[in-house]
Write a protein that binds this ligand. Structure first.
Ligand code: CP
Ligand code: NVA
Length: 294
């Protein structure tokens, strides 16, 4: 049976450390033919800039190729089942990276796939993002153990939820500040020591990194107005950054809505690590593909 990466709990701490070491090696020598002639299908039902490009470029640098499949342009659009789709793809490609509407759809795809399936974002989790983010944090701070990461805003977003789980695994103290309507779900918090508060200053106090995500995730556009109203007090601005350590990083998964979840000044400021995070998606996902597909 193929091994999948569907959520943050699928790799052990030791495996994450091995992925980080391999990613560092791939970052210093990007072109290494570790997956020669292998193909990965990129099955996307939502837009993407980073995830798509980093998987495509990554696979090319590993000696293989990537095929981008927008689900609306496949026979899924005309009623082909996800099961038949997955079984068919498994006869052609050696791996699938998928961005689906829901975690349930991703799991349906994976349970019918004979090749590894990698989660490229669902409504529940964004595990490739969290891996790249903790890799970035470690790269900048030297180690992860005991660092404090404050997540401010939509505490139940896919990105927040993945950071909570991976942070707990890797020894990062995660504090979340969100309105109670957007507090992290019990399934994300289970077994972790995450501090959850409604007060952004309290969460940001003494943090090594202050992280935020968009207020309106893909698929939630109908809630746009209500979300923006509730989340307004959670904007990451210069005053909030001052609560954190002097050398704290500002982090964001991107795409950003400048002037909403964070000010332009914070996005473009010298503490901002957002483009390093984006770059590290490439190195870390290459390490994930090598781990699962070789
Ligand atoms: N952070 C992230 O996953 O970006 P894209 O939506 O552009 O892939
Ligand atoms: N929470 C955001 C992340 C985008 C990378 C979304 O789902 O739209």
């Amino acid at each position: 049976m193929a091994r999948h990466f569907l959520a943050d709990d699928d790799f052990s701490k030791e495996e994450v450390e091995r992925i980080f070491s391999l990613a560092a090696d791939l970052k210093s020598r990007p072109v290494q033919p570790l997956l020669p002639s292998k193909n990965v299908a990129l099955v996307f039902s939502k837009p993407s800039t980073r995830t798509r490009v980093s998987f495509e470029v990554g696979m090319n640098q590993l000696g293989g190729a990537a095929i981008y499949l927008q689900t609306g342009e496949t026979q899924l659009k005309r009623g082909e089942t996800l099961a038949d789709f997955a079984k068919t793809l498994s006869r052609y490609v050696q791996g699938i990276a998928a961005r689906m509407e829901s975690q349930a759809e991703l799991e349906e795809l994976a349970s019918n796939s004979a090749v590894p399936v990698i989660n490229g974002l669902t409504d529940r989790w964004h595990p490739c993002q969290a891996l790249a983010d903790l890799y970035t944090l470690r790269e900048k701070k030297g180690q992860l153990d005991g660092l404090k990461l404050a997540f401010i805003g939509d505490g139940n977003s896919n990105v927040a939820r993945s950071l909570i789980r991976l942070g707990a695994k890797m020894g990062v103290q995660v504090a979340v500040a969100s309105p109670k309507e957007f507090a992290p779900g019990k399934d994300a918090l289970k077994g972790t020591k995450t501090r959850v508060t409604a007060n952004p200053k309290e969460a940001a106090k003494g943090a090594d990194a202050v992280y935020t995500d968009v207020w309106v995730s893909m698929g939630l556009e109908t809630e746009s107005e209500a979300r923006k109203k509730l989340l307004k007090p959670y904007q990451v601005n210069g005053a909030l950054m001052k609560q954190a350590k002097k050398d704290a990083l500002f982090m964001h998964c991107l795409p950003a809505h400048r002037g909403e979840e964070a000010t332009n000044e914070v996005f473009s400021g010298k503490q901002s690590a957002v483009f390093d995070q984006a770059e590290n998606r490439l190195h870390v996902q290459k390490a994930v593909m090598v781990t699962l597909m070789r």
